[in-house]
Ligand binder design. Structure first.
Ligand SMILES: *Cc1c(COP(=O)(O)O)cnc(C)c1O
Length: 419
């Protein structure tokens, strides 16, 4: 459910016709709907309200835009961050440091120090080595780092291999059968307050079954740790709930997710922590683009749009599908390949797709581009950094500027010895 709908034959974001944004800001541009964002944040939060004690930490990496974080902060979300840069954004958006969870396999000593100084609420440790390092750093600063230990439950999330994170061959967490020993050793270190386990088995999950299998394993491990005298007060169940990218696809609803968790965790007696990303922001955005030209080829025509894999990497990286809709469709359909201008064949959004007929100069959108969209953008082929706009009813604003290639060029230097 989102607020990108046709009105008078023209696609709108809430009350704003998309051509108005294209004219003022240019294309490509990400357009976010605040009402959609708020709605998703509330549906997820309200669904989990059936659980006794809950902490929500929005996965900043899915959409780190400051305005997006501001909206989520106001909805009571904390932040799950995976770098010092993401932590700075969360704090800049007004999220309390105590509501920040620091995840990631490669936290540097400098990042750990800064997070401790800022009062970061929880570190999700990904290894015994990381825990030992954090313990030393915290002790030297006369602080105690509150932590969970991320386990690798060795469960196949059934999603794209590049976004699977819970199989034994993935780099994340500690091996399941060594976790209890590592937990006990880390809990004995001064400088650490070990309070639970964390897991996150992957992203864009289309079924709750792998999550249930992983949570069940985590619950058994939690009970084993407690039986051995350890303390567990928090269990961080990660993110991963998928969203439908194709019109008509059916995905688990937040209420079903919550019901499954209520069942699995009924006797856990912990604060349950969550790190949702895509399920909050996926539907919140579209990538608005203009057709540069339609080129006839050996097979289907090539619709060349001014957005490219540097603006929206998911199709090139994960073979991902984004629905494509004309902003002012005529009702006619065509079968075409949709590609960007970048000089490699992976710059392909769709092959042999049934789409609205579009021609040179027409506007169109890639839908469900609010998560892992702008956040992965880059400037490959010396293209501009794609801008972002947020719409709120009949108001809209640029929430991230287009960064022109000239600005990027101005940060480069030719050393004297090359002159
Ligand atoms: C990416 C990530 C998330 C968010 O995943 P979604 O699929 O977007 O919900 C949560 N936790 C961790 C540790 C992550 O790496």
């Amino acid at each position: 459910m989102d607020h990108f709908e046709y009105s008078g034959g023209v696609l709108h974001a809430e009350a704003i016709a998309l051509p108005q944004i294209a004219e003022a800001v240019g294309t490509p541009v990400y357009v976010y709907s605040r009402a959609t964002l708020t709605r998703h944040a509330r549906v997820f939060r309200d669904a989990l309200a059936v659980l006794p004690r809950v902490h929500l930490a929005f996965a900043v990496k899915s959409n780190p835009n400051l305005a997006v974080l501001k909206v989520l902060a106001a909805e009571g979300y904390g932040a799950d961050v995976v770098s010092g840069g993401e932590m700075d954004r969360a704090l800049a958006a007004g999220i309390a440091p105590g509501d920040v969870v620091f995840s990631g396999v490669g936290k540097t000593a400098a990042e750990m120090r800064r997070a401790l100084e800022a009062g970061c609420g929880q570190f999700n440790l990904e290894s015994e080595e990381e825990g030992q390092e954090l313990a030393e750093i915290a002790s030297a600063m006369d602080k105690v780092a509150t932590c969970t230990l991320r386990i690798n439950p060795d469960v196949d999330a059934g999603t794209h291999e590049k976004i699977s994170t819970g199989k034994a061959e993935n780099k994340f967490g500690v091996p399941f059968d060594r976790a209890a020993g590592i937990y006990a050793r880390l809990a004995a270190l001064p400088g650490l307050n070990m309070r639970g386990l964390a897991l996150h088995i992957g992203s864009q999950l289309s079924s709750l079954d792998p999550l249930e299998a992983a949570f069940t394993k985590a619950g058994a491990l939690m009970q084993a740790i407690r039986a051995a005298g350890g303390t567990v007060t928090h269990m961080d169940l990660g993110g991963g709930v998928g969203v439908p990218y194709k019109a008509g696809d059916v995905f688990p609803q937040p209420a079903e997710y919550a019901a499954m968790i209520a069942r699995v965790t009924a006797d856990w007696d912990v604060t349950l922590m969550f790190e949702p990303g895509r399920v909050i922001t996926g539907n919140t955005g579209v990538l608005l683009t203009e057709v540069v030209r339609v080129k006839q080829g050996a097979g289907h025509p090539w619709v060349v749009v001014d957005a490219a894999m540097n603006d929206l990497a998911r199709p090139a990286m994960y073979d991902a599908w984004h629905d494509f809709s004309a902003v002012a469709p005529t009702g006619a359909r065509m079968t075409a390949n949709i590609v960007g201008p970048i000089c490699e064949s992976s710059d392909t959004f769709a092959m042999a797709r049934d789409i609205d007929v579009v021609a040179r100069g027409d506007l169109a959108v890639f839908r469900t581009a609010g998560a892992y969209g702008a956040t992965m953008a880059n400037t490959y082929n010396s293209r501009p950094m794609v801008p972002e706009v947020m719409v709120d009813g009949d108001k809209w604003a640029v929430v991230a500027d287009r960064i022109e290639p000239s600005t990027i060029l101005s940060a480069e230097r030719v050393p004297e010895w090359l002159e």
